[in-house]
Design a protein around this ligand. Structure first.
Ligand code: FPP
Length: 244
């Protein structure tokens, strides 16, 4: 089935790309090779989203906690991000993809920060797909920095604590301005959030698959969309309320 003909298409899909290390180990390859193989399904997901009319895709590429991995693995991932940006940004731009990075970018090497700024600038006017890549990202970090902005406004007298609303806090988060995340896909068999988009996943449907990330295909993306289309989303209301 062509996804664009589908009812109940998610507007915003988030993906936790897990299983690169196990995929590599099963082949006697290095973890770095597993991460490199993980670029293929990234391209597939972008392609599927633009083809089907999904508005936003957010990928968890490197968490706040991933800094504690062996230095050599961290270095290989950082080099891979630079290389992937150098290689892919022209095509992403040509496809009309707007690329943004979410996370503590000041903790990244200047070389990578430069590529990020250039990629964001180059694709800023694009609207075919909003692609967010989470680097040095944690949901707790995101909430903390949003709280800090509000605290500064209160301290300066520009905001009263009683005027803090969910909408105002949400407007300080990294995904502000995008549609709510409707669907989270996590590969690799684990069924947890792992400090990804803690606020933004409030009403997301969760699709877990044992497939290791480098083996993730367009068919499996379609299966996740089918799963989403079959879910009854009630947002806290009763079935009867939703039907009326
Ligand atoms: C988790 O698998 C994966 C990562 C920490 C890295 C994900 C990065 C990529 C797929 C590259 C994508 C690049 C761009 C530019 C978006 P793991 O290493 O924890 O796997 P394991 O659980 O099998 O050990």
């Amino acid at each position: 089935m062509v996804a664009s003909a589908r009812k109940n298409l998610p507007r915003h899909v988030a993906v936790t790309m897990d299983g690169n290390g196990r995929w590599a180990a099963a082949r006697g390859e290095t973890r770095a090779a597993g991460h490199r193989a993980g670029l293929v399904p990234v391209r597939i997901c972008v392609e599927e989203c633009t083809r089907s009319g999904i508005e936003a895709l957010t990928l968890f590429a490197f968490s706040s906690e991933n800094w504690s991995r062996p230095a050599a693995e961290v270095a290989s991932l950082m080099s891979l991000f630079v290389e992937a940006l150098d290689r892919e940004i022209a095509e992403l731009g040509a496809k009309g993809v707007r690329v943004r990075f979410i996370g503590a970018r000041q903790s990244l090497a200047m070389r990578l920060q430069g590529r990020i700024a250039a990629a964001e600038q180059r694709t800023a006017a694009n609207r075919a797909l909003h692609l967010q890549i989470a680097l040095s990202y944690g949901g707790r970090w995101d909430l903390t920095q949003a709280a800090r902005k509000l605290a500064r406004e209160c301290a300066s007298g520009a905001l009263r604590p009683e005027d803090i609303t969910e909408a105002r806090l949400g407007s300080g988060l990294e995904l502000a301005g995008l549609p709510e995340v409707d669907l989270l896909i996590r590969t690799g068999g684990e069924q947890r959030i792992s400090n990804f988009l803690l606020w933004d996943l409030a009403y997301a449907e969760l699709y877990f698959t044992p497939t290791l990330w480098p083996d993730f295909t367009a068919q499996e993306f379609e299966r996740a969309l089918e799963y989403f289309a079959g879910r009854e989303r009630r947002f806290g209301q009763t079935q009867a309320q939703r039907a009326s």
